[in-house]
Write a protein that binds this ligand. Sequence first.
Ligand code: ADP
Length: 267
Amino acid sequence: MKQFIVKPKTKVKLSEWDPNDTGDFKGGKKEGLAQVEKLNGRLETLQELLFAEHRHKVLIVLQAMDTGGKDGTIRRVFDGVNPAGVRVVSFKAPTAEELDHDFLWRVHKGVPGRGEMVIFNRSHYEDVLVVRVHNLVPPEVWSKRYDQINEFERMLAENGTTILKFFLHIDLDEQKERLQARLDDPTKRWKFRLGDLSERQRWSEYMQAYEDMLNKTSTEYAPWYIVPASRKWFRDLVISSVLVDTLEGLEMKYPEPEENLDRVVIE
Ligand code: ADP
């Protein structure tokens, strides 16, 4: 899955990244889903190990355009993982109190502690995306945030946080289909907001903001992955694989049990 990583300081052009790509994966949907299921079982074990070892902290950042699949990713990739060790933090438009602070204030409160896995459903990156596209702060403010984010993430990494960032990449046509599906399905209509349509009209401005984000904030210690997300099964396969590979790379161990447990007799 290395092909989907954004190498630090490279220039990404999202129009050159195919949202339908399935990379080197030779199988189809059936094989893909079977692999996701296998990886999911592995993830369950690794998460328990993370919790038991109580050393590493894992932060997963999900960013996408509307209908990009953040919710579906959380549902499927983390299916069956013990909810006690995983936390989802969703970032909405900031409250008045949050706006009175620096943009990372509310973010820092949400980061994982030892043994914990946290998923950011949207994140501090909104502060260089929606905030930029809607001119919520002047350019001299948002333009400084890329460096500020890099420094913040460096600090987290140096303090034991493994950071993985996923941009779920779909195109305008796919979004149209997914919005239409929401309109047509009475059980999905609640998700449809008229505001999504005006955001959709700003698609190219958003892509520009996403490209800058990917170019400026993919680092060795907190890499971005551009996940082809039109095929949901492949999206889940990429994210599960990266997650499992990364967690395996941490070489975690169960804590040493107390001594002389072999002699214990429970009466
Ligand atoms: P989601 O689309 O993630 O399922 P919502 O429909 O509640 O959830 O959308 C959350 C909204 O909050 C989005 O429109 C997003 O742009 C907005 N938001 C998040 N962070 C910020 C921010 N820092 N400044 C302004 N708006 C933000």
